[in-house]
Design a protein around this ligand. Structure first.
Ligand SMILES: Nc1ncnc2c1ncn2[C@@H]1O[C@H](COP(=O)(O)OP(=O)(O)OP(=O)(O)O)[C@@H](O)[C@H]1O
Length: 625
């Protein structure tokens, strides 16, 4: 991802000016000096003189003229090598990263293997197969430099694919080719452009070196490498003969280097990124529309026994351990818990956006009327419209290489099939609705030109454009300044009412969910330990010792700030350390023998549910004795 500084740096101007001059020489040299360079004279092996500034060669030909004429062939070969290396390398590296887990692993290994071979050996092997000549040397050097592009493109693509705007693009149903061209390529272009200039300079040196040792350009053609070889043979009689081609190689290398450094300075890593929706991750195989099923109840989401694991099997390294929840139409449901409890994974799996590195299963996964519990089923297209996602970090959710207007209108066009003008007006209306100042100006700006609060509002506007039935908001205000947090939360609550949508709000802040939600699920170590209504939460009627501890540790307007807060000591266990019993046992003030060996089941409690042995009547009796 790239961010342009206001002005092209001096290096970029110097590099491109120098290269333009060299290209001019390459165009005009053979036209104006072609005959002169071939002219045989009796003045053989002469030093520099007024008639021949760099002297003459063994046939009395003017070395300066030959150097200038050779510019065209040398540049054309370097250009061909660079094009072969970049097109094949970027294509291979990016496609390998975009493929399935197995393709990615294989691709990465192959790239590592190729990089370990010295390029010059690969080039010589190819030339040996096709015989020395200008075509074989250009192809040989090009192929030899493919791994450099492949490795960089592979690594950059892998990084870009972790960005939220890619997840959202997938949810949007953007096809693979378009995803690669519009969302991946522009965001990996800057470092690749720098590499292009480096490889261009490298290929000139490699091509000249191969011509120098007789494996490159053959008579009667000549390039700088061949002129250098001829000059070296006559060096003792006419030492100036090597100056021409050497200086030409040096100046061209310098121009490419300046251009590369200039690009590097011009394109800074950009902090922003942009949103769109995504179809779920692994999605191959069966088609999806047939999986559509009407749900008889008012639930927008119904999940039963959702398990997510990081091993071969969902139970190997369990991250989410068989949780069940539901969200009714128009309802705001909170998912609260400490960092690492599995909130984001739950939300992403619900949207079928779980990372392809993870395995998951669910007895039921009904979202907006579609049954998505089979990981091999491609979610139907309407899921992309019915689900909106607002991520924690607004800067990672916009494509930094596209203006806000282009990104917003794309959502309206893809989701709702609106014409360009209509989509533009719709996007403007949404920006105004989320109270972004001067929406017309913002539409023309890049994401990095907006403040964090504005970007978050823009992301909400983008999510609204598809008119979703459910908005998943993953810590939507955590990255914002406290002064705008409350404002954004208030706005989101208003929007759920005005757009008649449900919301799954993820937060580690129990005060936030208590203010925003109708119902709250409390998560701990990959399990839901309590479901509680807002009224009960606000009045402190919570049953699980963990929920009680979260409430006690929270600061709100009623907190007596003269008294220390009751911190919850210790840390949640790592997934690999989950015990058979209750995961909270090590931190629980009510811990009992049973807690260490038997996992507590969820049981109804008032309007909610709780999973704690201390709440079970039998255990309560035991404990009170
Ligand atoms: N792709 C992954 N591979 C392996 N483990 C993962 C992956 N993604 C998340 N995890 C692990 O899963 C657990 C739950 O992560 P998750 O992001 O859902 O937590 P969270 O409750 O949302 O926390 P936070 O508020 O910090 O985001 C953590 O232990 C995390 O390290």
């Amino acid at each position: 991802m790239t961010q342009r500084s206001q002005r092209p740096p001096a290096m970029l101007i110097a590099g491109s000016s120098l290269l333009a001059l060299i290209i001019l020489v390459a165009i005009l040299g053979p036209l104006l000096l072609g005959d002169h360079a071939e002219q045989l004279t009796a003045d053989v092996r002469q030093g520099p003189a007024a008639a021949h500034w760099l002297g003459t060669d063994a046939f009395g030909r003017d070395i300066l003229a030959r150097t200038l004429v050779a510019t065209r062939l040398t540049l054309l070969m370097a250009l061909a090598s660079t094009l072969i290396a970049s097109i094949v390398g970027i294509g291979f590296g990016a496609l390998a990263a975009l493929g399935s887990l197995r393709t990615r692993q294989l691709g990465a290994r192959l790239v590592d293997l190729l990089v370990s071979y010295p390029p010059i050996i690969i080039a010589i092997a190819i030339i040996a197969i096709f015989n020395p000549g200008k075509v074989s040397v250009a192809v040989g050097v090009g192929v030899a430099l493919v791994p450099q592009f492949a490795r960089l493109a592979n690594k950059l693509t892998a990084v870009v694919l972790t960005k939220d705007y890619i997840s959202l693009a997938r949810l949007l149903g953007v096809p693979g080719g378009r995803l690669a061209l519009r969302h991946v390529l522009p965001n990996i272009a800057a470092p690749l452009l720098v590499l292009v200039s480096v490889v261009f300079a490298t290929s000139i040196i490699a091509l000249s070196g191969l011509s120098f040792i007789g494996l490159g350009v053959q008579q009667p053609d000549y390039d700088w490498g061949q002129l250098l070889a001829a000059g070296l043979r006559d060096m003792y009689q006419a030492p100036a003969a090597v100056f021409g081609p050497s200086i030409a190689i040096l100046i061209t290398g310098l121009a490419a280097g300046l251009l590369g450094d200039g690009f590097d300075a011009y394109f800074q890593p950009r902090s922003g990124a942009r949103t769109r929706r995504a179809s779920s991750a692994p999605l191959a195989g069966k088609t999806s529309e047939d999986t559509y099923e009407e749900m008889s109840c008012s639930d927008v989401v119904k999940v039963r026994q959702l398990k997510i694991g990081a091993g071969e099997d969902v139970d190997d390294i369990p991250l989410v351990r068989g949780i069940s929840f539901h969200i009714r139409a128009g309802e705001i449901v909170g998912l609260v818990g400490e960092s690492g409890s599995g909130k984001s994974l739950t939300a992403m799996a619900t949207a079928r956006l779980a990372s392809p590195q993870l395995v998951w299963s669910a007895a039921t996964l009904n979202v907006a009327g579609a049954s998505l519990a089979d990981p091999d089923i491609v979610p139907p297209k309407h899921i992309a419209t019915d689900l909106g996602v607002v991520f924690q970090d607004p800067s990672s959710c916009f494509n930094p290489a596209m203006r806000l207007g282009a990104q917003l209108t794309e959502v309206a066009r893809v989701h709702r099939g609106l014409a360009k003008k209509q989509a533009w007006d719709e996007a403007l209306n949404r920006l105004a609705e989320v109270r972004i100042s001067n929406p017309r100006l913002r539409m023309r700006q890049y994401p990095h030109e907006l403040s964090g609060g504005m970007r978050q509002r823009a992301m909400i506007a983008m999510a609204l454009l598809s008119e979703p039935k459910l908005l998943i908001a993953d810590e939507p205000t955590t990255a914002l300044d406290v002064t705008v947090q409350a404002d954004v939360l208030r706005l989101m609550k208003q929007l759920t009412t005005s757009h008649d949508m449900a919301m799954l709000l993820i937060s580690h802040d129990i005060n936030v969910v208590a203010t925003m939600c109708d119902r709250i699920y409390v998560m701990y170590a990959g399990s839901i330990v309590e479901e509680v209504t807002t009224e009960d939460l606000r009045s402190g009627h919570v049953m699980h010792p963990y929920t009680q501890a979260l409430l006690a540790a929270a600061l709100d307007s009623q907190t007596d700030v003269t008294q220390p807060l009751q911190a919850l000591h210790g840390r949640p266990p790592e997934p690999a350390d989950y015990i058979r019993g209750c995961a909270f046992a090590a931190r629980c003030p009510l811990v009992h023998e049973t807690c260490l060996t038997v996992a507590p089941a969820l049981q109804r409690h008032g309007d909610g549910e709780v999973s704690c042995h201390a709440m079970a009547p039998a255990t309560q009796e035991t404990m009170s004795r």
